[in-house]
Design a protein around this ligand. Structure first.
Ligand SMILES: Nc1ncnc2c1ncn2[C@@H]1O[C@H](COP(=O)(O)OP(=O)(O)O)[C@@H](O)[C@H]1O
Ligand SMILES: [Mg+2]
Length: 78
């Protein structure tokens, strides 16, 4: 359960509404480790139903691998 973060949730709700209207957007979520970025994004991912949410995470050790994020999203089991 996500506690608080009302301004951030309102911002993400707006972004998701845009996505439902086929407007692509980018939002950068920044903050110190442990501040709640992943929790906020998990909340946002739960709001997209019945649409599907694809998630991927950048890993520093994969910085030289081309298309590593695309592999995460579209090659399940890889
Ligand atoms: N708003 C919140 N409500 C409830 N739990 C939270 C909230 N923000 C962070 N947490 C919890 O605090 C911990 C660290 O949050 P996390 O999202 O992993 O931080 P970050 O991704 O910024 O490093 C996690 O256990 C997460 O569930
Ligand atoms: Mg995180």
């Amino acid at each position: 359960m996500l506690l608080g973060r009302r301004p951030e949730r309102i911002r993400l709700d707006g972004l998701l509404a845009g996505a439902r209207a086929s407007h692509s957007q980018v939002l950068v979520v920044r903050g110190e480790p442990g501040v709640g970025k992943s929790a906020l994004l998990s909340w946002a991912a739960r709001q997209v139903a019945p649409a599907r949410c694809l998630r991927a995470a950048g890993v520093e050790s994969e910085v030289d691998l081309p298309f590593a994020v695309l592999h995460q999203m579209f090659l399940p089991g890889e």
